[in-house]
Design a protein. Structure first.
Length: 318
């Protein structure tokens, strides 16, 4: 059973998603963690670079919103055995990725003589965005397996549902790739409260905590690294997980491409056989292919394989 290993205590970095409105202390929270390497997409860290308290854990900063540079930064940090990667904010990197995909669609429209203002991210574009986002998420998981904390900062948005003629708020969500919050060990919503004397206090609502240090629904005053310090330090010296999820995605994609290639080969062979079988088969086959909008049945696109397979099955029954 080569894929399995014996369970034991593991030394892991925390994967934390912190979200909230502006001014609730998201950046300050991240800087409470040790040896921070910050991907600062909003230049907000500049206010803390020389701060005697908040800036003391800040090791290095990269000011960028480029998702390619985010991947490069994560790969650079794979050589570290401790520390914290802060991505502030994930929202900006996600928006950059989306905007880049839209620019690609606009360029296509311009080259084809179409109205650029009518351009939108295509289904294929959204698939590419999802693929890149998933690769980055897997890299973060691999990095945390080496003992490095990963903290993602996100803006927050309302989740609304239509009730009658109106939309009603039913929850909140991070502004980043859909479903990303499932990859984190801790999900924390930060907010502030003001008392009668206008004194502001900083709070954290726990939405998820795999460590068991806090409970879902619990409100923590002034949340910071110290909230989970004992849990993390209790695992110092433990073994680490050899995680290669980012490579696993590439392997899966390669396997699927090979399956598609094999399916395409089989279908084109069957197509040729049916064309040669009789004039009736040939006429029926070509008519259905044209109706389905398949440009070249001898070299079908990935999204045409299913349609071509159904057509061949139908004509084969004649």
């Amino acid at each position: 059973m080569g894929l399995f290993r014996k369970p034991s205590a593991k030394k892991l970095g925390l994967k934390v998603l912190v979200m909230g409105e502006k001014g609730v202390g998201k950046s300050v929270f991240t800087l409470s963690f040790p040896k921070v390497y910050a991907m600062d997409a909003e230049t907000g860290m500049a206010f803390y670079e020389n701060h005697p308290v908040f800036g003391k854990n800040l090791e290095a900063i990269a000011n960028t919103q480029d998702f390619n540079e985010l991947q490069e930064a994560i790969e650079e940090m794979m050589d570290l055995e401790e520390g914290t990667l802060v991505i502030d904010s994930e929202t900006k990197f996600y928006q950059n990725l989306t905007d880049a995909s839209l620019k690609v669609e606009e360029a296509k429209a311009r080259n084809n003589g179409k109205n650029v203002d009518d351009s939108a991210v295509s289904m294929r574009g959204w698939g590419r965005i999802k693929s890149v986002a998933q690769r980055l998420q897997n890299l973060k998981i691999d990095l945390s397996a080496k003992g490095v904390n990963v903290i993602s900062v996100s803006q927050i948005d309302d989740v609304k549902q239509k009730v009658g003629d109106n939309f009603v708020k039913i929850g909140e969500k991070p502004v980043m790739q859909k479903g990303s919050e499932y990859d984190y060990d801790i999900v924390l919503k930060l907010y502030t409260e003001m008392d009668a004397n206008k004194n502001v206090s900083y709070k954290g609502l726990i939405l998820k905590d795999r460590t068991g240090v806090t409970k879902v629904g619990q409100v923590v005053s002034d949340p910071s690294y110290d909230t989970w310090r004992l849990f993390l330090e209790s695992r110092d010296g433990a073994d680490k997980i050899q995680s290669t999820l980012s490579k696993d995605l590439n392997k899966s994609q390669k396997a699927l491409k090979e399956e598609d290639a094999e399916l395409e080969k089989t279908l084109t062979d069957k197509f040729r056989e049916l064309v040669a079988k009789s004039e009736e088969h040939k006429t029926k086959l070509i008519g259905l292919v044209q109706k389905a909008g398949i440009e070249n049945p001898l070299s079908p696109k990935a999204n045409e394989l299913k349609k071509l397979e159904e057509i061949i099955e139908l004509v084969s029954a004649i």
